[in-house]
Design a protein around this ligand. Structure first.
Ligand code: GTP
Ligand code: MG
Length: 212
């Protein structure tokens, strides 16, 4: 991850983050993005062709943030294309459908491996989202199963509904908060490194050293 690099920032923004959504076709990735980035909720998304992106500008804790949110197609035929977009992502949102077990098993069989192959897996904030929470009566994946997976693989966890909007803002804000924290600690680490590189900090001890 390119931490807080000024090259990654654009004028007027404190942070510019790239976020990528992945997961099987039909789980609601485009719907989540539409719900988050636009006020009007009209118009149903059709399956994404290849890759699409939307921009969102927001202020959080007095920081002006620009998000570019990349919406990838879940359909298998676009897989080689979409995986090339993972690179450089600061945040990954991996989505399944709580009413379709196969979209949950795909996480293990497919998406986790994809991420490890094509992204800076360990430097990225990762969020797991069980979507279609409004279809509670058709639920096939329990909240506990989702949470256990998230814990095991070091993801933040949310259940959402792109239809009602429940938890949609929350999941993005959770991701942004985590990104903010990561940047803060990265800035401190960098400061420390710079100080150390600036020259040896000589510690004078008494007595003669050695060694002839
Ligand atoms: P691909 O682009 O093919 O990868 O699919 P996608 O993950 O982008 O799914 P999309 O957003 O196109 O949604 C698929 C279908 O699920 C659409 O008919 C949506 O209206 C519906 N849908 C999405 N989110 C929800 C939700 O939270 N609740 C309900 N009930 N339906 C949803
Ligand atoms: Mg889509």
């Amino acid at each position: 991850m390119e931490v807080n690099s000024s090259s990654a920032q654009e004028k007027g923004y404190d942070y510019t983050f790239k976020i990528v959504l992945i997961g099987d076709s039909g789980v609601g990735k485009s719907s989540i993005i539409l719900n988050y980035t636009s006020d009007n909720q009209g118009g149903l998304p059709s399956p994404t062709i290849g890759v699409d992106f939307k921009t969102k500008i927001l202020t959080l804790d007095d920081m002006k943030i620009k998000l570019t949110i990349w919406d990838t197609a879940g359909q298998e035929r676009f897989r080689t294309l979409t995986s090339s977009f993972y690179r450089g992502a600061h945040g990954i949102i991996m989505v399944y459908d709580v009413t379709r077990k196969d979209t949950f098993t795909s996480l293990t069989n497919k998406w986790i491996e994809e991420l490890k192959l094509y992204s800076a897996y360990h430097d990225t904030i990762k969020v797991l989202v069980g979507n279609k929470l409004d279809l509670e009566s058709s639920r096939m994946v329990t909240r506990e199963e989702g949470m256990a997976f998230a814990n095991q693989h070091d993801f933040l966890f949310y259940e959402s509904s792109a239809k009602t909007g429940e938890n949609v803002t929350e999941l993005f804000e959770g991701l942004l908060k985590a990104l903010g924290e990561m940047n803060k600690s990265a800035i401190l680490t960098k400061l420390f490194d710079d100080l150390q590189r600036a020259g040896p900090i000589t510690v004078h001890t008494s007595g003669s050293g050695c060694c002839g």
